[in-house]
Design a protein around this ligand. Structure first.
Ligand code: PFF
Length: 445
């Protein structure tokens, strides 16, 4: 049977941008910007995206398209009978680990969306927003029910395949997402007092830059671009031969960054306009934004819109995570896609239920001193992604034959490959050193 493929440049782009743009942009990025001093953090982040992450994205695509296989098999094909395929296995574990907490936040988003629809015509009680959030996340049943709905919805899309599932739904959802973020941004920018928020985002204060800000920026760049765990290897394996991988990577990185900026511009001016501290942390989206919506004209509608945006962003990222595991299971065990997705969805739900319960009844259960939820988050974002990224660049830069890398980079010599030297220098030297520094810091901290 012919392997499924994306249909062309736009199809590839909506799917990869769909994967990259997620809770990482709309929830994590704004609160990290808030906590790490605003514009200066953004500049460091941008430098990392352009210099380090872009070449890593190209490398993942090269591995995937060259082999047209799942992330474990890809390494087995390129490096038979060597331990390199462990990178792929770690990637599958990382995908699972992200799914185990990301789908819970997806469930919270559904809960908030549902509530914002129900309260469309009533006035929300601002004083209890914080306790509402805590009550919801600590409840033993409600968030799990929403997580199940969220997982089922995402699993359905993955079951439909690449072109008829992931690409088709991304094509519908991503332009809608873009439009809504822009509307929300315009609303936020036109609030009285928005200037302070804009200044926070564009006027860098370089005295705020220290090692922890730099490290936070690199980690965020990895997470946001879906790097280091074989997601782009898997998507790369569905990219048609004629597409220019550098162009796809560049467009993905730029779109992802644009979304992060738009999210910053949609959220920060409103935060400042209402005199809320930008350092609020992870509760920013679920506690602070509803408070803002409660105080602006047509706020109830903007609330619904915001949670629809968050939901779409989360779904298009979760399907890419599910696809990493699905491609591996279907190709390894030779089972039908729908059975593989069904079993994976079930396993994800079980893990996600534990991480949801760890917010409440299981909050005393600790793994290495962390709750189950925080453990999955920490394990994936701070350990497995940097580790995966490091080995991927070492693999492409030092193990794979340069001629082979060049061949795939230039579409079998049909493209000019002007940027190849810069690309190759970065993946051999710059990226490994930079990631190693981040990683060592995380271990030693
Ligand atoms: N990039 C996604 C986000 O920013 O929300 C999260 C993510 C998706 C990370 C897929 C890793 C991945 F493979």
């Amino acid at each position: 049977m012919k392997r499924d493929e994306f249909s062309g440049f736009f199809g590839v782009l909506v799917a990869t941008v769909g994967s990259a743009v997620g809770l990482g942009n709309l929830w994590r990025f704004p609160y990290l910007v808030g906590q790490n001093g605003g514009a200066a953090f953004i500049l460091v982040y941008l430098a990392f995206v352009l210099i380090i992450c872009l070449p890593i994205a190209v490398s993942e695509f090269i591995i995937g398209r060259r082999t047209r296989a799942n992330t474990v098999k890809a390494f087995q094909i390129l490096a038979p009978r060597t331990p390199w395929s462990a990178i792929g296995v770690v990637g599958v574990i990382a995908a699972f680990s992200i799914l185990a907490f990301y789908t819970v936040v997806g469930g919270w988003t559904m809960d908030y969306l549902f509530r914002s629809i129900i309260h469309l015509f009533s006035k929300p009680d601002i004083s209890s927003l914080e306790s509402q959030f805590t009550t919801m996340v600590t409840s033993p049943v409600r968030p799990i029910v929403w997580t199940v709905v969220f997982v089922l919805f995402s699993a359905f899309i993955v079951m439909c395949g690449i072109k008829k599932g992931i690409e088709k739904y991304s094509r519908i959802m991503m332009p809608f997402l873009f439009l809504m973020v822009v509307i929300l941004m315009v609303r936020s920018l036109t609030l009285p007092g928005a200037e302070k928020g804009i200044a926070f985002l564009v006027e860098p204060d370089f005295s705020k830059i220290n090692t922890s800000v730099i490290l936070a920026a690199l980690g965020q760049a990895f997470f946001s671009l879906s790097l280091g765990m074989g997601c782009l290897i898997t998507y790369g394996s569905y990219i048609p031969n004629k597409e220019n991988l550098t162009r796809v990577s560049f467009s993905t990185a730029m779109s992802d960054t644009l979304f992060a900026m738009l999210a910053g511009l949609a959220i920060m001016p409103a935060v400042f306009a209402f005199g809320i501290s930008p350092q609020e942390g992870p509760g920013l989206v679920f506690i602070v934004l509803p408070r803002i919506f409660a105080q602006i004209p047509l706020g109830n509608y903007f609330a619904v819109m915001f949670f629809v945006i968050l939901l779409i962003a989360a779904v298009t990222s979760v399907i890419s995570l599910l696809e990493v595991v699905t491609a591996y299971v279907t190709e390894r065990l030779k089972v039908k896609r729908k059975y593989a997705v069904g079993v994976i969805a079930l396993l994800v739900t079980v893990c996600a239920s534990f991480s949801s319960l760890s917010q409440g009844v299981l909050s005393d259960v600790k793994i290495f001193g962390k709750t189950i939820f925080d453990f999955f988050d920490y394990l994936s974002a701070n350990i497995l992604l940097p580790l995966g990224g490091l080995f991927i660049v070492l693999f492409v830069g030092w193990y794979m034959k340069k001629a082979l890398v060049y061949d795939e980079f230039t579409n079998q010599g049909t493209l000019k490959g002007t940027l190849f030297r810069a690309y190759y220098f970065i993946i051999r030297y710059v990226a490994p050193v930079a990631i190693a520094i981040v990683f060592l810091d995380l271990i030693l901290r």
